[in-house]
Design a protein around this ligand. Structure first.
Ligand SMILES: NC(=O)c1ccc[n+]([C@@H]2O[C@H](COP(=O)([O-])OP(=O)(O)OC[C@H]3O[C@@H](n4cnc5c(N)ncnc54)[C@H](O)[C@@H]3O)[C@@H](O)[C@H]2O)c1
Length: 270
């Protein structure tokens, strides 16, 4: 449907060693892109980059980087612009999950710092470093596009995943702020997946189904999400078909958010 619209375009994908990042990396490369694939896990990253390169014959450059560290982010972004010539799409996606069910009153400071630093600060650091150079690119009508990864839990916050939910609500706000800041040269949008059995859930569908049941979550489309569901949305947000869209957050969740994730009651001695 979209053809090879990424021919001659460079892309950066964070969290690229597995899950949504790897899936999007393969799709972008199939559409003609060269890719800087970024992840904190060096071994998984090398394997993913090789797999995508073998399948697509594109330039896939693995760069190990912890997105929560500004020095590592800055040198990763510099390398990406040097090696790729341009960065037209940033899929800003690296993130970590958290144990389910511990309420915010009981969470330790280290936990807050870890989740916020990777999930929220990390996406800010990467978008900031990329946007400074992206906005000077000569592509028309847009100099580039940024896609953040939020979550359904950032729209209807889940008190059983409190810090995670706050980090993802922050991503939705960051998306709006950046979209206004970077218009009219760069579009900035976010995706909000629901429940998809990736590594973040140890590929454990039963674990997810138990969480959904315990939380009373309603999924109108009555199935778990897949990586492919997310890839299809990111592809649309990367393609010219979405060039008039900026500052928006797109749930990709089988209808969970519209059905309204009910308030989650945790037995608590608070
Ligand atoms: N799977 C879901 O159901 C779901 C739902 C909502 C949102 N999300 C979000 O989607 C994004 C991708 O998750 P996924 O499901 O593909 O999980 P995943 O675990 O398969 O992929 C996440 C990748 O990010 C990498 N990563 C973690 N910390 C990093 C860091 N500090 N620096 C660089 N890389 C780091 C991991 O090594 C991993 O390869 C995350 O932001 C996650 O919060 C996932």
């Amino acid at each position: 449907m979209y053809g090879n619209f990424l021919e001659g375009k460079g892309t950066i994908i964070t969290g690229g060693a597995s899950g949504f990042g790897k899936g999007v990396g393969l799709e972008f490369a199939k559409r003609g892109a060269d890719v800087v694939l970024v992840d904190i896990n060096g071994e998984k990253l090398e394997n993913a980059a090789k797999e995508i390169q073998d399948l697509t014959k594109r330039k896939i450059i693995p760069v190990q980087c912890d997105v929560s560290k500004s020095d590592q982010v800055d040198s990763m972004v510099k390398q990406a612009f040097d090696d790729l010539d341009n960065v037209y799409i940033l899929f800003n996606n690296a993130g970590i999950g958290t144990h389910y069910g511990i309420n915010i009153i009981k969470r330790k400071e280290e936990h807050w710092d870890q989740i916020i630093n990777v999930n929220l600060k990390g996406q800010w650091l990467v978008s900031k470093a990329v946007a400074k150079k992206m906005r000077r690119q000569k592509f028309e009508p847009l100099a580039g596009k940024i896609i953040h990864t939020a979550s359904a839990a950032g729209i209807v916050v889940n008190s059983a995943l409190p810090v995670y939910s706050i980090s993802k609500a922050g991503i939705i706000a960051l998306t709006q702020v950046l979209a206004k800041t970077l218009a009219p040269k760069i579009t900035v949008n976010a995706i909000s997946p629901g429940y998809h059995a990736t590594e973040i859930y140890n590929y454990d569908e039963k674990l997810i189904l138990d969480m959904i049941k315990e939380g009373g979550v309603k999924t109108p489309l009555n199935r778990l999400g897949t990586v492919e569901d997310v890839v299809n949305l990111v592809l649309f947000l990367a393609a010219p078909a979405s060039n008039f869209i900026t500052g928006h957050n797109f749930p990709i969740d089988g209808g969970i958010v519209d059905a309204g994730v009910p308030a989650h009651f945790i037995k608590s001695d608070v």
